[in-house]
Design a binder for this molecule. Structure first.
Ligand SMILES: [Zn+2]
Length: 317
């Protein structure tokens, strides 16, 4: 169970929800939209607790009413794959059953933007005429994937992200043994998404991709065609892009305060000294171009191969 007190930051979202609750006009459908790893699940869960409460005060549940202490019927639908029409039919069948204790039943659909068209249409029918006790909370990274008729019947709320400082504090608490500079880099890289930062800290593949990128810059012969790098090519290119971005920033400002990859500031400094501004910019653009190729489904080998030639020329590796 999550409460809003447990969720760091997010003042705009909390203010907006607070006002909604205060007005007391509760809709049957809500969508929480935000980037991957930005805590949508926690927010959806905290919001469901509020919806159960019969006397909420701003974002606090009363913890005394029937809704708070009674049995809560919370149905959570989440899938690693796309949500199918069968998944939705099972959920819809459940909505036909009256709650046996509480006044409300709450349905949470995670990654609802992965619903197939058929699933969305099946869900729409229930959303159009929901039983009085049924409430739906959807989490999505991109609401544009949902059909307009679903969007028009729901309240869409942007979850926002955390500040860099909030992410750093969270990581420090959760990973007391981790290197502070690495924590800072993960926080920067995750762009305010706590869940994402948490994954980065523990993700061996991220560490490996980062090491390959750093070795590459250091002029150590690295195999960019390494199976692991190719498998996580998007991450690898994002890392490389952030390092070149840092190098350009350092070249212009000679300051390390705004670097994403503060833990490798030595390498960033030496690369900045070694290369001209134009070369660094060209190198950065070569990485961006490779990332675009990957998005356009060009094979990783070709995208990386082309980038590699350009980088070697620009950086004299
Ligand atoms: Zn209550």
């Amino acid at each position: 169970m999550t409460y809003f007190n447990d969720i760091k930051g997010r003042k705009p979202l909390k203010d907006q929800l607070s006002k909604l609750i205060e007005k007391g006009r509760i809709n049957h459908g809500y969508i929480f939209e935000g980037p991957k790893g930005s805590g949508k699940k926690l927010i959806a869960d905290a919001f469901s607790e509020l919806l159960f409460c019969l006397n909420p005060n701003k974002l606090n549940t009363c913890n005394m009413c029937e809704g708070c202490i009674g049995y809560k019927e919370k149905y959570i639908l989440q899938s690693d794959k796309a949500i199918t029409v069968e998944d939705i039919r099972t959920l819809v069948a459940d909505t036909q059953l009256m709650p046996f204790q509480n006044k409300r039943k709450i349905y949470i659909i995670h990654n609802a933007d992965t619903m197939t068209d058929q699933a969305q249409n099946a869900f729409l029918k229930t959303l159009e005429e929901p039983p009085s006790y049924a409430y739906f909370i959807l989490t999505v990274t991109n609401s544009e994937q949902l059909i307009d008729t679903i969007l028009s019947r729901t309240v869409i709320l942007y979850t926002g992200v955390n500040t860099r400082q909030e992410v750093v504090e969270y990581l420090e608490e959760k990973h007391p043994d981790a290197d502070m500079n690495y924590i800072y880099s993960a926080a920067c890289f995750a762009e305010g998404c706590i869940g994402e930062a948490d994954t980065l800290i523990t993700d061996e593949k991220f560490k490996l991709c980062r090491k390959t990128a750093v070795d590459y810059l250091n002029g150590i012969k690295t195999d960019l065609m390494d199976k692991d790098v190719i498998e996580d090519i998007t991450i690898f290119l994002e890392i490389l892009q952030s390092i070149f971005r840092d190098t350009i920033v350092y070249k212009e400002t000679e300051e390390t305060a705004n670097l994403i990859n503060a833990d490798i500031s030595d390498i960033i400094k030496s690369t900045a000294v070694k290369c001209s501004s134009i070369s660094l910019l060209n190198a950065y653009n070569a990485v961006v171009k490779a990332a675009e190729y990957i998005k356009d489904n060009v094979s990783a080998n070709i995208a990386v191969g082309t980038m590699n030639i350009e980088l070697m020329e620009e950086l004299n590796i």
